[in-house]
Design a protein around this ligand. Structure first.
Ligand code: G1P
Length: 297
């Protein structure tokens, strides 16, 4: 199947859906957006924004919801804090406080008024994305990789164009979107289909859609008419399956390690992994964790 015209257009924008309630991490997420829970010394969301920037993304669209105002504040100036740190000559801390701030106008925030599903969340970004390819990055999924997952995908996208989704093996395909692979060329997989949260025995493969996408803007028209699917939600996977009728889709198995912060144990694992990988604190973190485990016996 041929690529759509213009499908190699450069990728400039990323959509980050951040409206979810974080029900699997309650009560921690009762008043704090789950995306701002710290993963060692940074909010989870910061890792994903860093991954986007490293991949050349120029504009980030956050699809937020009620009670998520702290996300906007995090990427804004913290005037009183900055003035205080400046007066105390705390340079390092001042730089840390300022580091999330991007150029004015390079972030947009749009609200999803009701939790109707990932497909609906992405559709909420349609006017801001406009008629150009865009990335979707699910901030629950932290991808530890060098170069970052989205950068690896952009390199592949520059070769094949069309639509590209990150996949990796899982032992629990029923929890995710799953692809039907056709053939494989290294890390790039030609696909035949995909399905959202299949019954375990009906899963077409063990390759799950892991939370990074590069999509063509034609997906928006399909999302607009997309009826509810698995879990009675408007599923991005269902519209991608329809887009596959007319555009090329590849899956990409990136090189790196994914941490799913969406539940308590996944969050613990991410926290520990990023502490262990930290340039400054990694060694100390390892000693601390070893000592804790030794105490436990
Ligand atoms: C969403 C997507 C699913 C994907 C998953 C990755 O599901 O619908 O295709 O595999 O994210 O985390 P959710 O986690 O919102 O149920």
């Amino acid at each position: 199947m041929a690529s759509v015209p213009g499908s190699h257009r450069p990728l400039r924008k990323a959509v980050l859906p951040v409206a979810g309630f974080g029900t699997r991490v309650l009560p921690a997420t009762k008043v704090i957006p789950k995306e701002l829970l710290p993963v060692f010394d940074k909010p989870a969301l910061q890792y994903v924004v860093d991954e986007a920037i490293a991949a050349g993304i120029e504009h980030i669209v956050f699809v937020t919801g009620r009670n998520k105002g702290a996300i906007e504040d995090y990427f804004d100036r913290a005037y009183e804090l900055e003035v205080t740190l400046e007066a105390k000559k705390k340079e390092t801390e001042l730089n840390e406080v300022r580091s999330p701030i991007r150029a004015a106008g390079s972030m947009s925030f749009v609200r999803q008024q009701a939790a109707l599903g990932l497909g609906h969340a992405v559709w909420c970004a349609r006017d801001i994305v406009g008629d150009e390819p865009f990335a979707v990055m699910l901030p629950d999924m932290l991808m530890m990789a060098e170069p970052g997952c989205l950068k690896q995908m952009v390199d592949a996208y520059n070769r094949v164009g069309g639509n590209l989704i990150a996949v990796e093996p899982t032992g629990t395909p029923e929890r995710y979107g799953v692809i039907t692979p056709e053939s494989r060329d290294g890390r790039l997989i030609k696909m035949k289909g995909m399905v959202e949260k299949p019954k375990r025995e009906e899963a077409p493969s063990n390759l799950f859609i892991s939370g990074r996408y590069i999509l063509q803007p034609e997906i928006f028209a399909l999302l607009e008419s997309q009826g509810p699917g698995a879990g009675n939600e408007i599923q991005l996977t269902d519209s991608m399956a329809r887009l596959m009728q007319s555009q090329t889709f590849h899956a990409y198995e990136y090189e790196g390690r994914t941490y799913d912060c969406g539940d308590k144990i996944g969050y613990l694992q991410a926290f520990a992994a990023y502490a262990l990988a930290h340039d400054q604190y990694g060694e100390q973190a390892a000693e601390t964790l070893r000592a804790l485990l030794a105490d436990k016996g």
